[in-house]
Design a protein around this ligand. Structure first.
Ligand code: HEC
Length: 194
């Protein structure tokens, strides 16, 4: 694995020199001025390291989600979630429903799982790994009733389960009343639904 990482860093270095990026996933371009291609390049540079970090502890979901389908075409930084760049994935149970991006939906199917990778840029333009966020749709009738039957979880960039408060996450998500508490990726970067 180490060998693989070293190779990918090397490839990053080669690739980014021509596009104002250095080998360690940095950019001189200000966050708001990044083009789509530059955001994509930063994501490509950090992706394998980000995923290795998430997967480095025991959590099953942190390894599983990379097999799910992406619901966004590019990580966007909409301002929420600590102004990080966010990239969304949904499991098979929830994907078709999620990518309708409906603003008048019923509840998502029980067993739907949604993951959101995150990363940010430091003031010096270096990519910073962010947490991995999850929402899991559970059956009605349990503790999650007051949170729309969603269970919220998050893992640090080192794969450690973070202590989060359901009320904190749902305090914001619950505002998307007609979307079953889903915020959806920025419109411009949604995959085309059915
Ligand atoms: C400040 C408001 C806010 C808070 C607090 C918040 N979220 Fe979000 N979340 C959003 C918005 C808005 C989106 C959609 C933005 C995007 O994907 O570009 C989103 C998207 C998500 C998604 C992708 C599914 C979706 O809604 O489309 C997951 C998973 C998620 N958040 C998990 C969490 C977890 C876990 C917490 C608590 C640790 C949390 N969120 C706290 C606003 C918030």
């Amino acid at each position: 694995m180490k060998k693989y990482l070293a190779t990918s860093t090397f490839v990053c270095g080669l690739f980014f020199t021509s596009a104002a990026f250095a080998a360690d996933c940095t950019t001189e371009v200000k966050k708001d001025d990044l083009t789509d291609a530059q955001v994509q390049a930063l994501y490509d540079c950090i992706k394998s390291e980000l995923r290795e970090g998430y997967a480095s502890k025991d959590g099953a979901l942190t390894k599983e989600y990379t097999g799910w389908k992406a619901a966004a075409t590019l990580p966007a930084a909409p301002g929420v979630h600590g102004k990080r760049f966010l990239m969304t994935f949904v499991n098979d149970t929830g994907f078709d429903e999620y990518v309708k991006f409906s603003d008048e939906r019923g509840p998502m199917p029980v067993g739907s799982l949604i993951a959101k990778e995150s990363f940010n840029l430091s003031k010096k333009g270096k990519v910073r790994k962010g947490p991995l966020f999850f929402m899991t749709k559970v059956a009605a009738g349990g503790d999650a009733d007051k949170y729309g039957n969603w269970v919220y979880t998050a893992f640090s960039p080192k794969g450690k389960a973070m202590k989060i408060k359901q009320a904190f996450c749902h305090g914001c998500h619950g505002a998307f009343e007609d979307q079953d508490a889903l915020g959806y990726p920025v419109e411009e970067y949604r995959v085309s639904g059915n």
